[in-house]
Design a binder for this molecule. Structure first.
Ligand code: ADP
Ligand code: ASP
Ligand code: MG
Length: 413
């Protein structure tokens, strides 16, 4: 008999029929002799609708406290409906908001971090044979304000709850069969991975594979929580996310990802003096804007170009700040480009295989795709390209590194 956390994403609870199916699945687990705590997201599309409403009234940057009060309501609906559906199948169930399980976070509205959880209310329900149904994505800060954990945050709620109640397993139910070699909705040839290491999954999540929120994977790695990503609609095994030695496959490249949520800013002709990078990037970090890739060109006649990428949501503010410091640093122009995408290949095996990056560049060149920026780490290579080539680039890289014929040279001996 195991204690299992089951998290259901938005598409899994998209309407009342789906909610009944989820209830059936929970009850089947219960009737197989396990104990279950359930975490749910809002119905698919609901959080987007709430975010749009907030912008309609509150402008581009709505008041963060009120934003969180609003967008957290999506999950309140699904916990009540799912609890009712489980009760309808003859089992006691009780819904909980984040505040009702003491889901304490910091005060960083819209991207709060979890500090602690009170496991007692959850365990009390489980110990009396019932099912706690908990709202993901939300918490409260020390002052009792409602906070939210960032898009996709229900995954992190599920992992944190698994840690707090010392669950044996954390299952993430979603609309695809597991973690794939690339987004299966973009590339039909994508293959489901049986297992993937925490490190690779962290890279894939941070580079755009939104199947798991990056913080959820970091949290799981820190506390050694095994994750099982699987389909809400099929009984099959999904993908295990765990320690490197516990995952079965070891590929040189295990995934291709893309991210269309960034934009590029280029400051031209700025004076090349010590301290310019600090002058440019300090106001951005003070404004809470996360800069991703940065390239500084070789200096010519004492001036240089500085190019960097920021999240598209922060783009307008970032351009305004760049123009302000650009003026002080004598910039001749501040160019902007929203039409970019970042495409990456990820794999632990890249650590001991030379030539993977150059193979990637050749594949893109053969497709006539120009590379604008490059960044590498031990287990990934990312490039920024024109957005309209995203699908072509992802498909070509997937074919090169992960499809039949390519596996010979990319699979570990
Ligand atoms: P949920 O609502 O269940 O949390 P998400 O939409 O957050 O689901 O995440 C699932 C989606 O992630 C899939 O529908 C798929 O399009 C996308 N995705 C992107 N990359 C991958 C990948 N490598 N493997 C699986 N899914 C991926
Ligand atoms: N409902 C939230 C979102 O859409 C949280 C989640 O789905 O994990 O981002
Ligand atoms: Mg999600």
């Amino acid at each position: 008999m195991s204690l299992i956390v089951q998290k259901f994403g938005g598409t899994s609870v998209a309407d009342t029929d789906h909610i009944r199916k989820v209830a059936r699945r929970v009850v089947d687990t219960l009737e197989a002799g396990h104990r279950v705590a359930v975490v749910v997201s809002a119905m698919s599309g609901e959080t987007n609708r709430l975010v749009a409403l907030a912008r309609e009234v509150g402008g581009e940057q709505p008041d963060p406290r009120e934003h969180d009060v609003l967008v957290s309501t999506g999950e309140q609906k699904t916990i009540a409906l799912l609890a009712m559906a489980i009760q309808g199948l003859g089992h006691p169930a009780r819904s909980f908001l984040g505040s009702q399980i003491g889901m304490r976070t910091d005060t960083a509205h819209t991207r709060a971090r979890i500090h602690s959880i009170d496991p007692r209310p959850i365990l009390d329900v489980i110990e009396t044979g019932g099912v706690p149904v908990i709202a993901g994505f939300q918490g409260i800060d020390e002052a009792g304000n409602i906070t939210t954990l960032g898009r996709g945050g229900s995954d992190t709620s599920a992992v944190a709850i698994a840690v707090a109640i010392e669950a044996d397993d954390c299952e993430i139910y979603t609309d695809v069969d597991g973690v794939f070699t690339t987004d299966p909705n973009l590339v039909p040839a994508a293959r489901k991975l049986a297992g993937i290491s925490y490190d690779e999954m962290i890279e894939m999540a941070s580079l755009g594979a939104k199947v798991l929120q990056i913080r959820a994977v970091r949290f799981a790695m820190r506390y050694g929580v095994p994750l099982h990503v699987r389909s809400s609609f099929k009984p099959d095994e999904g993908t295990r996310v765990g320690r490197e030695e516990e995952v079965m496959e070891r590929l040189v490249v295990s995934g291709v990802t893309y991210n269309r949520d960034e934009a590029k800013i280029r400051m031209r002709g700025i004076k090349d003096l010590p301290g310019i990078a600090a002058k440019v990037f300090t106001p951005l970090s003070d404004a809470g804007i996360v800069v991703d890739m940065i390239i500084q060109n070789l200096s010519q006649d004492g001036t240089t170009d500085l190019t960097f990428t920021v999240p598209r949501d922060d783009y307008r503010r970032a351009v305004a700040l760049a123009e302000e410091v650009g003026g002080e640093l004598g910039a001749t122009a501040v160019d902007r480009d929203e039409g970019i995408a970042k495409v990456s290949i990820v794999g632990l095996g890249m650590k001991d295989h030379a030539g993977v990056a150059s193979r990637m560049f050749r594949v893109l060149a053969d497709e006539g795709i120009n590379i604008q920026l490059i960044s590498t780490s031990e287990i990934k290579v990312s490039v920024v390209i024109e957005e309209k080539y995203t699908e072509l680039a992802v498909r070509a890289l997937h074919a090169e590194f992960l499809e039949e014929g390519a596996t010979e040279s990319t699979r570990e001996a």
